[in-house]
Design a protein around this ligand. Structure first.
Ligand code: EPU
Length: 421
């Protein structure tokens, strides 16, 4: 196991190119199962989660080839419906194999995902939607067995206690592309990764109306074909670097992603006094830490404030004198970073699903433990501004979702290196 050592106190400077979107890539690696023809996916980030998903596909009989860094050729010519359980169990996102397997083979069997460090993550909405498409669902020994003689289009409402579901929307959408008839899904997730998935599916011959809106209409097809698709940039990685620039009072240019995907973050930062120059695909962030004022955010499904940036925003709040409030409405228990940030000197307390941060204190380096992907990123950011040395343990979480994070930070002047525990 590796850890990272961070020497705090450097302002980041330079240009960083954002990698392809992790969460779009996982959905698309599942979508290629919908055709027996080859698909080319470009701008796929080189991440632990991606390699893991590729192994899952290989376990289903899919042929994969890395054509060049970040470009995969994938062909699901002959596949079966039982992904290797020991792999599936290790990765939550494998749940999005369900829709494509049902569309293609009429059956799927996957272990029911258990709890997760960021909170309870049920799949009731996925199963509700699949039942509406004509599937039967049976839980035996912890494994969900789903069958469909023939998927049939239907009218489906896909909302739950916490709003829409990203992978749930992807599952129902993908299954519906190979159903008979018309499917109308209401309250779909509108996340850019879902929009990008719709674009790939359209390239594969799917007919989808309402892309980008909370109501999708899918005209089922008998067959989809191969496609060549370039993934969008990772908005969460971009947002993480934006926050890194602000907390280190740095001067970064963050390049090659759709800045409109970060509207909610940019709105909060502009109101807080951040100095930025924003174009369609690039943001320049100027040193302005001393001018920032406290903020309040509430995480919500897109276009609301992304839960995947809540932990990083706790670090920004710690740099701004006075009280900031961060409320979690997507994963009400996603606050594993709080205790670790306290170790670094952040004055942060939890009231229900709200983190209250009294900012303005000087942080000092400490040993901290990464608990999940975004919490890890937050700890790196805190380490960059803490006095002295911070050691972040269990950084394998970070490798799941940030391509070359340390190399990118080093190129911007950060003093950090990875070493074995
Ligand atoms: N929910 C239900 N029932 C369901 C599905 C979801 O109650 O059947 C609840 C969840 O418990 C949660 C909320 O609905 O409270 C939203 O969950 P959603 O299904 O949208 O999350 P997800 O699809 O499992 C994806 C991303 C997450 C990201 C969330 C929210 C992927 C692979 N994962 O998860 O990404 O936080 O959407 O935007 O796309 C990350 O990248 O670090 C990460 C965790």
């Amino acid at each position: 196991m590796d850890k990272v050592l961070i020497q705090g106190g450097t302002s980041l400077e330079g240009t960083v190119r954002v990698s392809g979107a992790k969460n779009a890539s996982l959905l698309m690696l599942a979508a290629v199962l919908l055709t027996d023809e080859p698909c080319i996916l470009r701008n796929v980030p080189n991440l632990r989660d991606v390699h893991f998903f590729i192994s899952l596909l290989q376990g289903l009989g899919v042929e994969v080839e890395l054509l060049s860094p970040n470009i995969w050729r994938i062909q699901a010519k002959k596949i079966h419906a039982n992904p290797p359980y020991d792999l599936v169990r290790q990765m939550r996102a494998s749940v999005c194999l369900m829709g494509p397997l049902l569309g293609r083979l009429g059956q799927a069997a996957l272990p029911l995902p258990g709890g997760c460090v960021i909170g309870n993550r049920p799949i009731d909405l996925h199963l509700h939607g699949l039942k509406k498409l004509g599937c039967t669902v049976e839980l035996k020994n912890g494994i969900v067995h789903i069958h469909a003689q023939q998927l049939k289009g239907n009218h489906i409402f896909l909302g739950g206690r916490f709003g829409s579901t990203v992978t749930g929307t992807a599952n129902i959408l993908m299954a519906a592309t190979l159903s008979s008839g018309i499917t109308r899904i209401e309250n779909t997730a509108c996340e850019p990764e879902i929009v990008d998935l719709c674009h790939l599916l359209t390239c594969m011959g799917a007919r989808i109306e309402g892309i980008g809106s909370p109501q999708l209409t899918i005209y089922g097809q008998q067959k989809l074909h191969g496609a060549d698709h370039t993934l969008i940039g990772d908005r969460i990685e971009a947002g993480t670097f934006l926050i890194a620039s602000l907390v280190t009072n740095g001067h970064l240019i963050i390049d090659q992603f759709h800045t409109q995907h970060l509207r909610a973050l940019l709105h909060v930062l502009e109101n807080s006094g951040a100095k930025m120059n924003i174009t369609a695909n690039q943001i320049e962030v100027f040193p302005c830490l001393n001018q920032l004022t406290p903020f309040e955010i509430t995480t919500l499904p897109y276009p609301g404030f992304p839960t995947d940036l809540q932990a990083q925003m706790c670090v920004l709040a710690a740099c701004i004198p006075d009280l900031s409030l961060l409320t979690e409405r997507v994963y009400p228990q996603r606050f594993m970073h709080v205790a670790e940030l306290q170790r670094l000197g952040v004055r942060i307390t939890l009231e229900g699903s709200t983190a209250i941060v009294q900012g303005g204190q000087r942080l000092s380096g400490a040993d901290v433990m990464a608990s999940d992907l975004r919490a890890s990123a937050a700890l790196y950011l805190a380490g960059l501004i803490a006095r002295g040395e911070t050691q972040v343990h269990r950084i394998y979480h970070l490798d799941r979702g940030y391509e070359n994070f340390e190399q990118k930070l080093q190129a911007l002047g950060a003093k950090l290196y990875r070493t074995a525990e």
